[in-house]
Design a protein around this ligand. Structure first.
Ligand SMILES: Nc1ncnc2c1ncn2[C@@H]1O[C@H](COP(=O)(O)OP(=O)(O)O)[C@@H](O)[C@H]1O
Ligand SMILES: [Mg+2]
Length: 144
């Protein structure tokens, strides 16, 4: 999380990022490169599909034997009608605009596959005027 946060701050200084972590270490069994890719995809979305100045938050907490990592932004949000397709391959809300931003529409599909491979889930919440993705990953059995 720290590395992904540093990368966003370096690459997108116009999207101020707040990181919130709990007091203790969170013990997970995971492939760090793949989970870094998940975080990068979500953080990049929060930077490219929003106007400059949009605030981004990255937070981790522990709940019910799982780590919950949330990437949220105060951008325009994802319209309710598009939400059920947002994890589909090649799906983009605004085709013309998203293409200008270089998106293939694969980022969330890839993130979803990688999280599922870890036995976790990824969910979209948030109202118009905000977007929040929550990644839930099981804690290591010996850390529950
Ligand atoms: N944080 C966000 N704010 C607004 N729209 C978003 C956000 N994240 C994703 N989207 C929408 O979801 C679509 C799919 O995202 P993704 O799979 O990462 O594809 P892309 O390559 O277009 O970024 C994007 O094209 C965009 O329309
Ligand atoms: Mg993307």
């Amino acid at each position: 999380m720290r590395q992904a946060a540093d990368a966003l701050r370096a690459g997108r200084p116009d999207r101020p990022l707040t990181v919130t972590t709990g007091p203790g270490a969170v013990r997970l069994r995971l492939d760090p490169q793949r989970i870094r890719q998940v975080l990068d995809n979500l953080l990049t979305n929060a930077a490219v599909h929003t106007p400059p100045g949009t605030k981004v938050t990255l937070a981790v907490s522990v709940l019910a034997g799982c780590a919950r990592v949330t990437v949220a932004d105060t951008g325009p949000g994802i319209p309710p009608a598009d939400r059920h397709r947002i994890f589909d391959r090649f799906y983009r809300v605004d085709k013309a605009r998203s293409r200008d931003r270089g998106g293939s529409g694969l980022g969330l599909a890839v993130a979803n596959s990688l999280v599922e491979a870890h036995g976790g889930t990824i969910e979209l919440s948030g109202e118009p005027g905000a977007t929040a993705f929550t990644v839930t990953l099981p804690l290591r059995p010996d850390a529950r």
